[in-house]
Ligand binder design. Structure first.
Ligand SMILES: NC(=O)c1ccc[n+]([C@@H]2O[C@H](COP(=O)([O-])OP(=O)(O)OC[C@H]3O[C@@H](n4cnc5c(N)ncnc54)[C@H](O)[C@@H]3O)[C@@H](O)[C@H]2O)c1
Ligand SMILES: O=c1ccn([C@@H]2O[C@H](COP(=O)(O)OP(=O)(O)O[C@H]3OC[C@@H](O)[C@H](O)[C@H]3O)[C@@H](O)[C@H]2O)c(=O)[nH]1
Length: 389
């Protein structure tokens, strides 16, 4: 529960309670951020989203300790005249709203570009015109591919961090050709970053840009056929969780060779709270937020999740726990991939003193325990129903 002790920032100054307009508050990151703010601070949240299932437990009943500090507004920011008023009422706007599942980037590129660029434009504009601070959520995908991926496979330079570590103020953004529509998302996010940055440079907008590197944990995405469409393709954590719950092999796209670093959502949210409460250290910066120590190939992730889930569920793993699929079969035409994603942590360390804590094994253990508790029974029910054809 929020303590009555006065909170101080990293420079020892008292933090005044803020009103925060959080757009996309009903999503995975938003739900964890709302929980953290309500539990540990006195800030108020105007929570905007088209859905509120993931924050229902925070909204009802009125007797909750934070009653009155969170207000849900069911708003689609594409077309709702209330948006500007809500931004004006707040000290800070945090924009999380986006289409951000890779299965959509090449199959719904227009929706992806509109959601990540066009719909985010008025938010930046209203903040700038009304002198309000903005924390905008971008992505590690703006880096695209590493420079090293263009070197010959046996080049020793591939081992040199200069060719793969991703630095906010130095690394280039390297995307595939236009036919590779996978990059529609990364490109739209890059352009809105540039616009927010330019609003800062030309009109004095106080902004912070966050580049999350594969944040994972409970409430991420949906389990197809249980709390999302049966044909839907969520991000890898939910795809693999779904297969484990159904005792089906985990699908490895193009051999599962791509590498990712995964950070526990609860570690990452600590970084966001530091940005919220330390504007003088966070304004004008772009921050990588990830865990460089948790790097695996997607194949290794599948193996680790299989081992962790066997512990959690008490059921032995399948004899053949994975199966290879081509990206064309899995995502369709126009898919492409980031080869490797290691965040450089210099800037976030220097400005906010933040470091991730949780190992990949530990974060998978708590996340898969949650998945098992939340979905195992529901999956059994769904699987016992006769299929209609
Ligand atoms: N989770 C990650 O690892 C990750 C990585 C990189 C970037 N990001 C970025 O962080 C942000 C949040 O990601 P998330 O993982 O919580 O995704 P999410 O899909 O769980 O949350 C996004 C929320 O935005 C809402 N939303 C979308 N369009 C809207 C609109 N027009 N009006 C109102 N609400 C709308 C959705 O309903 C959803 O609840 C996104 O901008 C995403 O690009 C996330
Ligand atoms: O079932 C699956 C799902 C995914 N994958 C692979 O697993 C890797 C990770 O896939 P994810 O779905 O988590 O998405 P990505 O890491 O590629 O992109 C994500 O990165 C950061 C955010 O901006 C977005 O949330 C999303 O674009 C990819 O290489 C993908 O091809 C599988 O091999 N099998």
């Amino acid at each position: 529960m929020a303590s009555s002790v006065v909170r101080v920032d990293l420079d020892g100054k008292p933090i005044n309670p803020l009103t925060i307009c959080m757009i996309g508050a009903g999503g995975f990151i938003g739900s964890h951020l709302c929980e953290k703010i309500l539990n540990e601070t006195q800030h108020k949240i105007l929570a905007l989203d088209v859905y509120n299932d993931k924050i229902k437990h925070l909204l009802e009943p009125d007797s909750l300790p934070w009653a009155g500090r969170i207000q849900f507004h069911r708003i689609n920011i594409k077309h709702d005249s209330r948006l500007e008023g809500l931004i004006k009422m707040s000290d800070l706007t945090i924009n999380l709203a986006a289409i951000c599942t890779p299965a959509d980037y090449n199959t719904r590129p227009l929706d992806t570009i509109y959601s990540n660029f066009i719909d985010a434009l008025p938010v930046a504009k209203y903040c700038s015109e009304n002198g309000k601070r903005l924390i905008h959520f971008s992505t590690c995908e703006v880096y695209g591919k590493t420079i090293g991926s263009f070197l010959p496979k046996d080049s020793p330079l591939r081992q040199d961090p200069a060719y793969y570590v991703l630095k906010e103020d130095a690394s280039p953004c390297i995307f595939g050709s236009i036919e590779k529509q996978r990059w529609s998302y990364a490109c739209a996010k890059q352009l809105i970053e540039r616009l927010v940055y330019a609003e800062g440079a030309e009109n004095g907008l106080e902004f912070t840009i966050v580049r999350p590197f594969n944040w994972i944990g409970p409430r991420m995405d949906f389990i197809p056929g249980v709390d999302g469409p049966s044909e839907g393709v969520p991000r890898v954590l939910a795809c693999f969780s779904n297969a484990l719950l159904r005792r089906e092999p985990l699908k490895l796209v193009d051999g599962g060779e791509s590498q990712r670093t995964f950070v526990y959502i609860k570690d990452a949210i600590e970084a966001v709270l530091l940005m919220i409460e330390n504007p003088s250290r966070a304004n004008g910066h772009i921050f990588n937020v990830g865990n460089p120590n948790n790097e695996v190939t997607v194949r290794q992730l599948a193996e680790m999740m299989t081992a962790v889930y066997a512990n959690v569920s008490g059921e032995p793993a399948l004899e053949e726990p994975t199966v290879d699929v081509s990206s064309k079969e899995f995502y369709g035409e126009g898919y492409d991939d980031s080869d490797k994603r290691i965040p450089d942590m210099t800037i976030i360390n220097r400005q906010l003193g933040w470091n991730p804590k949780t190992s990949l094994w530990d974060l998978l253990d708590s996340t898969l325990t949650y998945q098992h508790k939340t979905y195992a029974e529901a999956i059994k029910k769904v699987m016992s129903q006769p299929t209609t054809s």
